[in-house]
Design a protein around this ligand. Sequence first.
Ligand code: BJW
Ligand code: ZN
Length: 287
Amino acid sequence: MTGPEPAEAGRLLAAARRPVVFTGAGMSAESGVPTFRDAQTGLWERYDPQELATLAAFRADPALVWGWYEARRHGVRRAEPNPGHRAVAAIAARRPETVVITQNVDDLHERGGVPAPVRLHGSLFAPRCSACARPAPIPEDATAPEDDAAPGDAAAPDDGVASGDAVAPGGMPEPPDGRVTPPACAGCGAPVRPGVVWFGEALPSAALDAAVEAASGCDLLLTVGTSALVHPAAEIPLVAARLGAPVVQVNPVPTPLDAICAVNLRGPAGEVLPALVRAAWPDAAAG
Ligand code: BJW
Ligand code: ZN
């Protein structure tokens, strides 16, 4: 990082006692997990992810949607937390009242050292019945598509910023069509669905309440790798700003949040966040 902004962001972070870290797909991009709205390539450029991420899409073609999520789950399993995830954990270690709020459905914050992020959009690892909501076991890996892919396929090059759901290393379905029939619920027999929040569905109320409460009481909100286009999650930084907390943004490109941010740090999370931790606490060894 260069210029006055990193130093100012470092000062804000060092001064914070109750920081909130709010993350989106860009947080995991350097781990090889594709984002949603960056450029799309390959097989899945035919599909609008928003059209796969709805209950209507699941009802219309459960095997298509389940197969897409199974492939993504496998991609995430092969991915590793990046230095950005570890920097977030370093912030939480320095400031025990830190609350990490994520829109991501991967488990890279947990594996990066943040045991219990607030999950606004669910998890790839919490399937449930589509009719009775009974939790369902995660399917055996051997039954999922792409399981034979070479280990490490998901790892992006050090400077790689994944883009597009079709990026094969992220574990996206391959031809012929990536369909996988979802398992049946052990209780009622209905199809099991991914444990994520689709468009038109309410966010888990406990998570949303926790996020609003944390944003309302924080003294710094660090927003990382989100386009801030999806609501109500996108309102979390606005809540903090409205109540007077400085907002620091980490993103390679501008977003609708730019105007409310005290500092905009343009760059990839895996580089900017470790540098930010070092700026805040020069003795830190993060990242
Ligand atoms: C990097 C980087 C690097 C790249 N480092 N950065 C108000 C206004 C308008 C619409 C609405 C509104 N309120 C509600 C709506 C409707 C809708 C919505 O928001 N639509 C908009 C898209 C127009 N919202 C909903 O439907 C929500 N539900 C709802 O409102 O329910 C109401 C209700 C109440 C009561 C009863 C019933 C209903 C639900 C939203 C669910 C979102 N679900 C998804 C899919 C999850 C499952 C899955 O993974 O498939 O969540 S959509 C997708 O978008 C996913 C993400 O969590 C979410 C946000 O995306 P994110 O994380 O910002 O990713 P990208 O790709 O957009 O951006 C990545 C960013 O990273 C970019 O900026 C890059 O530059 C950056 N980046 N590399 C740092 N290395
Ligand atoms: Zn059931």
